[in-house]
Design a protein. Structure first.
Length: 74
């Protein structure tokens, strides 16, 4: 039996397979695979490929709303 957290992590991993692969590659070149801990979250961050207004699109094609007003790139 899996916990709700384990099910959510599995769902997140399934929806973000390309971001997970990119993070594994990044881990080979820098500790933790990231230079800024403000954009990292477990089990791995998503990789944003484009943005327009408040809509961000990640490497997996998922559209997300930017609720932090671009805080991590300023």
């Amino acid at each position: 039996m899996t916990s709700p957290l384990e099910r959510e992590i599995a769902s997140y991993s399934t929806a973000n397979r390309i971001s997970e692969d990119l993070h594994k590659k990044a881990n080979k070149f820098m500790p933790g695979g990231d230079t800024r801990n403000s954009i990292y979250w477990d089990p791995f961050p998503v990789y944003i490929t484009s943005g327009e207004g408040t809509t961000l699109t990640d490497a997996d094609g998922n559209k997300r709303t930017d609720f932090v007003n671009n805080m991590t790139t300023l």
